[in-house]
Design a protein around this ligand. Structure first.
Ligand SMILES: NC(=O)c1ccc[n+]([C@@H]2O[C@H](COP(=O)([O-])OP(=O)(O)OC[C@H]3O[C@@H](n4cnc5c(N)ncnc54)[C@H](O)[C@@H]3O)[C@@H](O)[C@H]2O)c1
Length: 337
């Protein structure tokens, strides 16, 4: 089969998903298997956050829905900081979605060296392994944090000024992606995700997941600072749409803002979750404000025109719909505890 034909039908590709046991990884794998339960997917994960159990849960769900066991999923326990592991995992692969990382600002401030090793050495190893294995497409998870403290909306022409070590390590990853395309022809795409939320995020401590966990445990919601800081919240299905479009698109060496172009304060998110808890779960939830966190940017939302123009990206979920779906997932998890 010609490679162009394969890319038009993405489930005929052989995928490597690093960090495939985490939130975005399991969601991507579920989406691919829903399209075609026979999709060939290799997962590389060190189980530091996501576990093989998290992935198995998703595979069982697909088996129930489709009535077919997804036999094409292979899980390899290993670390992206180890080059030999990366090299072995890339053998026989068409497309890499590189998600494994030290995720988050707070942990990068606590352990900046670890953040650099996972996010800079890690992506370097994966790109080098991609080059040695003639991989055609390499999609990398970057972040709006790579651009840092700039006047919003963030877009690809802004000069990046990372605030946190996490932002700096993601920016270094983008630089290597650019170089590996321009020097070696690996078609890399760096996707700068906004704040991703949705089902399968029970282990996350990002705003939406943290508030929902606190609310269902009967705890008070904690907002860092005055709550007027803004973020661009993107629902997981829209994010996966962006990954799929990037795999298909004839682009390389580019970075894209992947968000919604909408600015929402953390106070607004808390308000919507409190309302959902009262209406749908009959629970009253309280709120406190604590000290702001260092390394957090004040205002953050993204201009997504480039992704719209070059990838055909168009987010479909508004915040109310996305939050309702996420709420239902956390409700179910809470009932099953
Ligand atoms: N979730 C968001 O809002 C968001 C926003 C911007 C960028 N991102 C980026 O998207 C990617 C995926 O995020 P997520 O939310 O799914 O995170 P996650 O923590 O749920 O998943 C990351 C997975 O990578 C694995 N991992 C971590 N270090 C590893 C290593 N050294 N070797 C092998 N595996 C390792 C973990 O075990 C985990 O399963 C990350 O690169 C993250 O920085 C996420």
């Amino acid at each position: 089969m010609e490679i162009a034909d394969k890319f038009s039908n993405i489930t005929s590709l052989r995928w490597l998903v690093t960090g495939g046991c985490g939130f975005i990884g399991t969601s991507l794998i579920a989406c691919l298997l829903r399209k075609n339960p026979e999709t060939s997917i290799r997962v590389l994960d060190n189980f530091s956050v996501g576990t093989s159990g998290d992935l198995s849960e998703v595979l069982s769900l697909i088996e129930k829905e489709k009535g077919v066991k997804p036999e094409g999923v292979e899980v390899i326990e290993g670390d992206i900081r180890d080059y030999d592991t990366c090299h072995k995992c890339c053998s026989g692969i068409d497309v890499i979605v590189h998600l494994a990382a030290n995720t988050g600002v707070a942990s990068s401030i606590e352990k900046p060296r670890y953040d650099m090793e996972a996010n800079v050495v890690g992506i370097f190893n994966m790109l080098e392994a991609a080059r040695q294995n003639n991989i055609i497409k390499f999609i990398s998870a970057s972040s709006a944090a790579a651009v840092g403290e700039v006047e919003p909306p963030i877009h690809e022409e802004k000069v990046p000024r990372p605030v946190s070590p996490y932002g700096a390590s993601k920016l270094a990853g983008e630089a290597y992606c650019s170089a590996y395309f321009r020097t070696f022809g690996i078609r890399t795409v760096s996707l700068r995700f906004g704040n991703v939320y949705g089902p399968l995020s029970k282990h996350k401590n990002s705003v939406v997941a943290k508030f929902l966990k606190q609310a269902f445990s009967g705890e008070t919601l904690e907002i860092y600072g005055d709550g007027n800081q803004t973020r661009d919240f993107i629902y997981i299905d829209d994010l996966i749409q962006a990954i799929a479009l990037s795999v298909k698109a004839d682009v390389g060496g580019e970075a894209f803002q992947i968000a919604t172009y909408k600015e929402t304060t953390v106070n607004e998110i808390a308000g919507k979750i409190i309302e959902l808890m009262e209406k749908e779960a009959g629970k009253k939830v309280k709120l406190i404000h604590s000290e702001p966190r260092i390394g957090d940017v004040k205002k953050n939302y993204s201009d997504i025109s480039k992704a719209q123009r070059m990838l055909g990206f168009s987010p479909a979920f508004d915040l109310n719909k996305g939050l309702k779906n996420t709420f239902e997932y956390f409700k179910l998890k809470n009932l099953c505890k």
